[in-house]
Design a protein around this ligand. Structure first.
Ligand SMILES: Nc1ncnc2c1ncn2[C@@H]1O[C@H](COP(=O)(O)OP(=O)(O)OP(=O)(O)O)[C@@H](O)[C@H]1O
Length: 295
């Protein structure tokens, strides 16, 4: 193996991010190796989007370093940052398609970082790009929808278009910010399977934020749990159970109400937490083994 292949794709070190008085990230460290499929797991407001946005240079750290594909992201000049973004595909909870454009043209916009000047209409793109876009639509199972307006598609179909658009960049890294939060369970499963399939076929490194423990355990190679901007869990999913994930979240909170809220949001089902007289949760049962927890 050569040294380039052994280098991490993502290396976040000591990153703190403040938005005014709000500390969105606190001393975050994260290393992602080539081909890894990592889930960022956490509640709303735990810092998942902020961390993902640092990886694409959409946010810059207040302190700490962010390296992606060998580049020190905050230090990049605009042209180099654009070039890096061309190697990093991103998909979002709300798909972010242009509703009035056809599916095909939406996919083609994924190639804009490789072209110069504005492009209006599919005929403004070189033939090789149009063929590539059709090929990507075929991969996500939407070839027959190529000439429909994007807003005529279901949510799951729109997310497929967004994936095809990201593929148009020929990315090396795929970042997905709650990609199934707006979808029903069946479409969610299909989209998550599709992302894994494409990641395996194309050798992509994936970092995907989710808030459902079950989905994260089923889907990722590794879970990185965020809580109030801090990494409280970083472990392979193999052999890891939901109880262990919850136990770690339990160990980093002291309030019963907060723990119940975490359980409800992460799983949809509140658990009974024994309370002490002062209303705080009893110390977590440390008899449950925790793998590599960094709480
Ligand atoms: N541009 C911003 N300006 C001010 N505060 C922000 C900004 N972006 C994020 N925050 C704050 O930073 C914290 C982390 O937010 P972030 O969106 O990263 O969390 P999240 O885990 O992705 O949540 P969600 O799943 O709801 O998107 C929150 O308190 C949020 O209000």
């Amino acid at each position: 193996m050569n040294s380039a292949a052994a280098s991490p794709v993502i290396s976040v070190s000591g990153v703190t991010k403040k938005f005014g008085a709000t500390q969105a990230l606190h001393d975050v460290n994260l290393t992602v190796e080539p081909g890894e499929v990592v889930v960022l797991l956490g509640l709303s407001g735990s810092g998942k989007s902020t961390l993902l946005r640092h990886l694409d240079g959409l946010e810059f750290p207040t302190s700490g370093t962010v390296e992606v594909l060998g580049s020190n992201v905050p230090k990049l000049r605009p042209k180099a940052l654009r070039a890096l973004r061309g190697r990093v595909g991103m998909i979002f909870q709300q798909f972010e398609l242009v509703p009035s454009l056809t599916v095909l043209e939406n996919v083609l916009t994924g190639a804009l970082s490789r072209l110069t000047g504005p492009r209006l209409g599919i005929w403004a793109y070189p033939k090789s790009f149009r063929l590539a876009a059709l090929n990507h639509l075929d991969r996500v199972g939407l070839l027959e929808k190529a000439y429909q307006r994007a807003d005529q598609l279901s949510g799951g179909q729109q997310q497929r278009v967004a994936i095809a658009r990201a593929l148009m960049q020929n990315p090396e890294v795929l970042l997905a910010d709650e990609p199934v939060a707006s979808l029903d369970p069946e479409s969610s499963g299909q989209i998550m399977r599709l992302i894994r399939e494409i990641a395996a076929d194309d050798g992509l490194t994936v970092v995907c934020s989710l808030h459902q423990v079950d989905l994260a355990l089923d889907w990722g190679d590794r879970i990185v749990g965020l809580r109030r901007g801090e990494v409280v869990l970083d472990t392979p999913t193999e052999g890891l159970g939901k109880a262990q994930v919850m136990e770690i979240y339990g160990r980093v909170t002291t309030s019963t109400a907060e723990l119940n809220a975490i359980e409800r949001e992460l799983t949809g089902v509140p658990i009974e937490v024994p309370t002490q007289e002062d209303g705080t949760a009893e110390a977590a049962d440390t008899s449950v083994p925790v793998q590599d927890g960094t709480v």
